[in-house]
Design a protein around this ligand. Structure first.
Ligand SMILES: Nc1ncnc2c1ncn2[C@@H]1O[C@H](COP(=O)(O)OP(=O)(O)O)[C@@H](O)[C@H]1O
Ligand SMILES: Nc1ccn([C@H]2C[C@H](O)[C@@H](COP(=O)(O)OP(=O)(O)O)O2)c(=O)n1
Length: 675
């Protein structure tokens, strides 16, 4: 997760590999509610773990459902069997429309029939998202609902008991959001002692989402009868019955970013997307048709897609997007790469989503330099040839963040470079946590950039100056990868000494370096399958590292391994020769020092905290000897690069050093200082 103020994405060129999608948000939250209302236990497989599902889970727990996370990731939900366990609760639902609407309907009906009082609230944006049509429908039915802020908007208070009028059809508007109808369909089986009829007023939008609702209701034992998309009947005596186990499909809206990615950048090989396909329930899989119309080459299996670039530039489209409201935002960004203006129509619902998405898309696309026109329910985007770096505001809207990451792909038309290479800054990247917490990690796994375009910060300096600590801090703030180059020399020294090799035998040690079976995962290092995290950090290993690092053949053997760390979105590399030898073109080079006394003291503290005893004098002698060797060797000696900025942090805190580096970095970047 990128919990940072912004993420700068450098120019990206290609995509290849396989993406596994997170579970569908729409299906996850519907399944949770149905499982929560059912009798018995439901094993939910592949549930999405995100902000929106977390608020639903917290609410279910509050309402008395038992939730148990199995070791294999499956969630066991024991439902309340349509019987309230408590008569009051206050539920906070964040910005999750898929929790607010159905819980409102379900709790209003439960309060009416069984008595109770429930308050439902969310973040400020949730209190601006209309729910009046659902409230009206429920009030007409006899439910007691109070809007605690503005009429027609959350927060809401639902209370009862009260008499329900179920003889007449429940009428609900369907032309603003289909979620109101979905909410009623999910909840009305609670009161279906007699048949209950729902009539939709106005033309129903987003029908595919209602289709998902009906399919899932069927899996939980409720066969809704449908006449067109206007009239729905819940048969008398309907009861929620757990199907035992449910598998949640991958999220088709999330797939749209990777389908677009394939269309833009899967040049040699298709990009494979797992979790959705031709057998998917979700309407947003039809985004694939829109992407095909723009030129993508797509092959589909039951639960996978393989997408490759076809037409380039993409083909402009003029499309009614009513059937793919969420995924269609991605088309607006693809339109930048088209051969003419593209028009997205029938998207009025965008105006009442996480933000006013029509306005947001228009504003942010224009920042990149695009010409954009908008109407009450449409958006027209003209292709972009002269790109400019832009800081994209994301409005706490996950989809804005995800679709604009695609604007980092540009420049290449055929083999020719068109326009400048620019940086796309995504503000508040963590807003993707709503539906796809690992979106950026997933993206960076499958994309590649020209290494020259990937920004690098180097931090070189003597031992215990704080390079590693500072590199971690800075990389974390920028969302960059980390190269601890010393670890490669340490691993080489350790592996060579374990193999009984003379550390002064340059060729023999270089052979070890070339065959190094070293992996870093989740803060642990393994060498030939053995966890060597602690062994690598031992002082003795540092001395061995310094010894083997003096051999040019060893340095040559490790060079490519180090260069391979240079991947989007960027790299912070620490060592002795990062700025002088490995990344001479780094955008920022820092030479970090501190007095020998300070460094000895820091190392001493570090060792003591790990329970290793050592004398400060001994440590100081060791580190001075190591510095002397690192500086005096002929192969890439420790010295500042000509263009490095020196920083003596003897009297600085880690935070002060970090903020200074980030300021230096911001001054060199395409955006003015932002912190
Ligand atoms: N201003 C500072 N900057 C960086 N590290 C510091 C600072 N003050 C104290 N330290 C501590 O110094 C120790 C050595 O830092 P480390 O990153 O391991 O150094 P290096 O990678 O240069 O050998 C760490 O325990 C770190 O917390
Ligand atoms: N880029 C590098 C990194 C480390 N080395 C050598 C020289 C160092 O004394 C050892 C150990 O490096 P490391 O950065 O892990 O050591 P410290 O954490 O600074 O004690 O490896 C090098 O020659 N070039």
């Amino acid at each position: 997760m990128f919990k940072i103020p912004f993420l700068d994405i450098p120019p990206l060129q290609r995509a290849a590999g396989t993406v596994r999608l997170p579970g569908s948000k729409s299906i996850s939250n519907r399944v949770l509610l149905l499982a929560g209302l059912s009798e018995g236990q439901t094993a939910v497989h592949d549930l999405l773990d995100s902000d929106d599902t977390r608020v639903m889970l917290a609410s279910l727990r509050e309402l008395g459902c038992q939730l148990e996370q199995r070791e294999d990731g499956v969630l066991l939900v024991t439902g309340i069997g349509a019987q309230l366990k408590g008569s009051c609760a206050k539920l906070f639902l964040g910005n999750a429309g898929t929790a607010m609407r159905p819980l409102t309907a379900a709790l209003a009906l439960l309060a009416a029939t069984q008595g109770g009082e429930f308050e439902l609230s969310g973040v400020p944006r949730m209190h601006e998202r209309p729910i009046g049509d659902l409230v009206d429908a429920l009030r007409a039915l006899g439910c007691q609902i109070e809007c605690l802020g503005n009429e027609g908007y959350p927060p809401l208070r639902l209370s009862g008991p009260s008499a329900l009028k179920l003889n007449e059809p429940v009428r609900v508007r369907g032309d603003v959001s289909s979620q109101f109808l979905t909410a009623l369909l999910l909840a009305l089986p609670l009161v279906s002692a007699q048949p209950v009829v729902v009539e939709v007023v106005g033309e129903l939008i987003s029908k595919p989402y209602v289709h998902i609702t009906l399919e899932l209701l069927a899996r939980f034992g409720i066969q809704v009868q449908r006449e067109g998309w206007q009239r729905f009947t819940i048969p008398a005596g309907s009861r929620y019955r757990s199907p035992g186990a449910v598998h949640v499909e991958g999220d088709a809206s999330s797939a749209s970013y990777f389908i677009a990615l394939g269309a833009l950048a899967a040049i040699e090989q298709p990009l494979r997307i797992e979790g959705v396909g031709s057998a998917s329930l979700q309407g947003d899989v039809r985004f694939a048709e829109a992407a095909s119309a723009m030129g993508a080459r797509i092959e589909a299996g039951p639960n996978w897609l393989a997408v490759q670039r076809g037409a380039w530039p993409l083909k402009a489209i003029d499309l009614d997007c009513n059937h793919i409201p969420d995924a269609a935002m991605t088309l607006a960004v693809m339109a930048l790469y088209a051969d003419g203006p593209s028009t997205l129509r029938n998207i009025a619902s965008w105006r009442v989503k996480e933000t006013d998405r029509i306005a947001a898309m228009a504003t942010e696309l224009k920042k990149l330099g695009a010409q954009v026109e908008e109407g009450p329910d449409w958006l027209r985007v003209h292709p972009l040839r002269l790109w400019q770096s832009a800081s994209i505001h994301t409005y706490d809207d996950h989809r804005v963040a995800m679709c604009f990451s695609l604007a980092a792909f540009h420049g290449l038309l055929g083999k020719e470079l068109v326009g400048p290479r620019v940086t796309v800054r995504i503000e508040d990247p963590n807003c993707v946590a709503k539906t796809f917490p690992d979106y950026f990690e997933t993206l960076f796994e499958v994309v590649s950039a020209d290494p020259a375009d990937v920004p690098v910060i180097t931090i070189d300096g003597p031992t215990a100056s704080g390079k590693g600590t500072l590199a971690d801090e800075v990389a974390h703030e920028l969302g960059y990868w980390i190269l601890d180059s010393g670890a490669l020399y340490r691993a080489t020294g350790l592996a060579a000494s374990r193999a009984g090799i003379d550390l002064d035998d340059a060729q023999a040690v270089a052979a070890v370096a070339r065959g190094l079976d070293l992996h870093f995962r989740k803060g642990r290092a393994t060498l030939a399958g053995e966890d060597v995290t602690e062994a690598l950090r031992a002082e003795a290993t540092g001395l061995m590292a310094s010894q083997v690092a003096a051999h040019q053949p060893v340095r040559d053997a490790l060079q490519q391994l180090q260069l391979d760390f240079r991947r989007a979105p960027g790299l912070v590399a620490d060592g002795r020769d990062m700025g002088t030898a490995i990344f001479p073109d780094a955008g920022l080079k820092v030479f970090l020092t501190a007095s020998a006394a300070t460094r000895a003291e820091r190392r001493h503290k570090q060792l003591i905290s790990k329970g290793i005893s050592a004398s400060i004098e001994g440590l100081r002698a060791d580190l001075e000897a190591r510095d002397a060797r690192d500086k005096s060797r002929s192969a890439s000696p420790l010295k500042p690069a000509a263009d490095a900025l020196s920083l003596d942090n003897s009297a600085q805190t880690i935070e002060e050093s970090r903020d200074l580096l980030l300021r230096w970095w911001a001054e060199r970047g395409p955006f003015s200082v932002q912190r």
